[in-house]
Design a protein around this ligand. Structure first.
Ligand SMILES: [Cu+2]
Length: 279
């Protein structure tokens, strides 16, 4: 009887299943995954997840196809035989390939992840001295927005507009927004899902995160750090609106909250409020 070339047979099965599956994952499934394409950073995360899922499906299918192939091709057909097959040891070629392939994958993921992280910070909080600073769209300046967390709400201050403090957030389209995230009391976390921004809000700390807006967008803001009794209710929503609409919104905020601003501390990068007298 002719000896079957298992490796070639496995490879054929592997390629026949993995190529279509990986194409479906990379071209159809992954591009629709969260957090969507609301900002430049969100799109970058979707692209990175597409790359990672593509790599993962190639590895996953290798394991799965080999597993199924072994079950079928190498199973003992005679139930009276209970001895194990010969152990596979000392195959230098397989060992070498194993080391080369696994090391290649790990090094690729490390390099890719690091480079992508440094390109624009990926929407994460970078502390007071960011090293991954994205450049704003040509001819525009970054807009600073301070996010102030406290039990149990977010407020926002706009230093370029007299430090006005607002209970809701709007930001203009096609703008690089520089979020300065801080807290007045305990540890919170500012998570603007569709903007792909997530940054810890710590008292006395100026945590900077970037998001470059694209078109108009509705986004949800949630606290994502357990911060006390009403943590689950610490959310609001915001909008990315055209520049003209933003200008009239911020003017309205200045009129509405201008009086309150007089009893606020002047704008700084962090606040150390005196403890509240309670009860
Ligand atoms: Cu909170």
């Amino acid at each position: 009887m002719k000896e079957v070339n298992h490796f070639r047979r496995f490879l054929l099965w592997y390629l026949a299943t993995t190529i279509p599956l990986t194409l479906i994952v990379v071209l159809v499934l992954a591009p629709g995954m969260p957090p969507g394409n609301g900002t430049v950073q969100a799109s970058a995360v979707v692209a990175d997840n597409t790359v990672f899922l593509g790599v993962a499906s190639v590895i996953f299918m290798a394991v799965l196809v080999y597993f199924v192939y072994s079950l079928i091709a190498f199973r003992e057909r005679n139930p009276s035989v209970v001895t194990e097959g010969p152990a596979i040891r000392g195959h230098p070629q397989i060992q070498l390939w194993w080391i080369v392939v696994t090391m290649g994958i790990v090094l690729f993921l490390t390099a890719y992840g690091t480079i992508r992280l440094l390109e624009g910070g990926s929407g994460g909080g970078q502390g007071p001295n960011p090293i991954a600073v994205p450049s704003p769209p040509a001819g525009t300046k970054p807009l600073q927005v301070q996010v102030i967390a406290q039990q149990w709400q977010f407020t926002y201050r706009y230093p370029a507009y007299g430090g006005v403090e607002t209970p809701s957030i709007e930001i203009p389209t096609n703008t690089l927004v520089e979020f300065h995230v801080t807290s007045l009391d305990v540890i919170h976390s500012f998570w603007a899902y569709q903007l792909n921004v997530k940054a810890d809000a710590n008292p006395g700390v100026d945590n900077i995160a970037y998001a470059q807006t694209k078109g108009p967008l509705f986004f949800n803001v949630r606290c994502s750090e357990l911060c006390g009794l009403w943590h689950g209710y610490m959310f609001n929503s915001g909008r990315v609106v055209p520049r003209a609409q933003f200008a009239s919104w911020i003017a309205l905020q200045q009129r509405q909250f201008g009086a309150a601003r007089r009893s606020l501390p002047p704008y700084t990068r962090q606040y150390f409020p005196t403890p509240l007298r309670r009860g």
